[in-house]
Design a protein around this ligand. Sequence first.
Ligand code: 9MR
Ligand code: 9MR
Length: 612
Amino acid sequence: MNTKILFLPAFLAMATFSFAATAYINQIGYHPANFKELTLFEGGGNVEFVDASGNTVLTVTPSEASTWNGSGQSVQLVDFTELKTPGTYSIKVNGQVVRKDLKIANDALDGVSKALLKFFYYQRASMALDETYAGKWKRSAGHPDMGVAFHSSATGGSGTLDSPKGWYDAGDYGKYIVNSGISTYTLLSLYEHFPAYFDNLKWNIPADGNLPDLLAEIKYNLDWMLTMQASDGGVYHKLTTLQFCGTVMPNEDVDTRYVIGKSTTATLDFAGVMAVAARVYEKFDATFAAKALEAAKKAYVWAESNPSTYYNQPRDVATGTYSDNNAKDEKNFAAAELFVTTKDASYALQGAYTTIPGWAEMNGLVTYTKATHPDLFSDAAAAKDSLLSAADRYAKNAATGFGVPMTKGDFYWGSNSVAANMGVWLLYAYYLSGDKKYYQSALKTLDYLLGKNPMDMSYVTGFGSKSPMHPHHRPSQADGVSEPVPGMLVGGPQPGGEDIGKNEWECKDYRVNGAPAKSYLDDECSYASNEVAINWNSPAAYLAGAIQAINSGHVPSFAAEGVIALPKTRPVLNTNDGAPKVRFDTHRVFIERNGIRYDLKGNRLGAAGRVE
Ligand code: 9MR
Ligand code: 9MR
């Protein structure tokens, strides 16, 4: 009899076992001083954090559950910011260990932030990647792009064009000006905001004179972009083969490449990027800066007389289109950047918009530029207001559900870049307001990309307990190395299913009904969810790079100049050596000792910074 009575509870305990909770975390790690959050699915009780010696060092009661329309899951958020001692921890939910890979370290993001930038080196056309820099992903040079033929759509082109260098766009080997535009701008802005930080940061790429690595990498693409400008000032749309090549290495793709189309959007994107380049490279190479500025002005003049020369894909061409029949935002972008560089009032256009930037949506970048230059733009305050009101929405979304700014409508082709761009947007909101809630939401967005998502994986190749192994990326598919090129952010989940079909290169249906954020497939077939691209890596590189710079005590250049007051973030000190340290944060000065904060009178402070 007794055995039977005992049997039931034991059986129930086992049943609970099979419904173990899932804790979604940033799999790369958290900086000790930062806000930290995980997302809990099928949780219930308290969450314990257990150190390497088996001691529970923190217990947190999860937030109330709420449903996220990205995945349809009812989830809880767990704020474990108080866990500050570097180390590797296990996470226990309802007394069971659900994962063992939680890392807290000062240098947690060092590797991934550099890898996101090094991706651009791996994308370089026209040169061999030496083992010294590329390791096992070394490869021969491909696509010299010398003496390239003009397609009939490239109006005004005659003879051939030498158009070497530049970055491959994505998993394919095309070079497209429109997409180069936003990608290059995003990286330039990272340097422009944190010059002191990036002057000294290196990630093992070939040197280019005295340029810091970030500017050396960007220059490789600017050099190519400059070749794409015709003598009349207009800029050719792209340089690709007529059809996508097969799954081969760059040197094996020997199909004829053409300069194709000439468009207003490409020309204006080019103008804006060259205008930024002119001011960023000035202190290193005045000749190059002057050349970039001349090119920018000339392009702008061409676009003024050709305001609606949109790109139409010729019948015999099947590579990426990047076509967009609205060039107003590109014009705003070019004008704003030319104005910042030249201060010439004829470039001062009105209007600011609250839109996440994308290759076809440059107004988001205009919003950034205007909001961060109140000394130059009369509508800077309006730009700042609209930037902050969008950021408020993102922060509000991130406060519940999965703890991310995105909602179901944000899951379209390249959804991970939507997330990354929202993270960047939130950082701008932080720069402009000093309000930590935006910084925390930006961190939540980076966490999403690095594992705090319903696929329970880091979306950056080579980083995390689980990460993409089969991206749609020709070199990774064809090089015979089992690991993909590292540091690549895949496009991410989305329910469009453009790559699903019956052909042998197409995917079987991988979509999950009602869960756009789970509609992802780690397979080479999936160019709609698992391709990589320069315009997706660049905002991720900005997000991780700027967070790293902030964590090392840097403030954006415009804030440092006193144009915008950003409370200084101080470098993180080791506060676990028993010695009291004076520290600062947004609101106050406090003393920290062994990870515990005290006010100046010696009262212990709680999580919210108040006396306990
Ligand atoms: O590799 C191409 C990728 O870069 C594009 O994003 C995608 C959509 O345009 O197309 C891929 O190429 C495929 C082509 O469209 C059809 N044949 C198979 C190619 C490789 O999957
Ligand atoms: O990123 C582009 C996405 O917004 C479009 O919906 C998609 C289809 O036109 O194309 C994407 O860009 C691809 C480009 O056309 C060719 N190189 C690969 C790019 C990423 O998939």
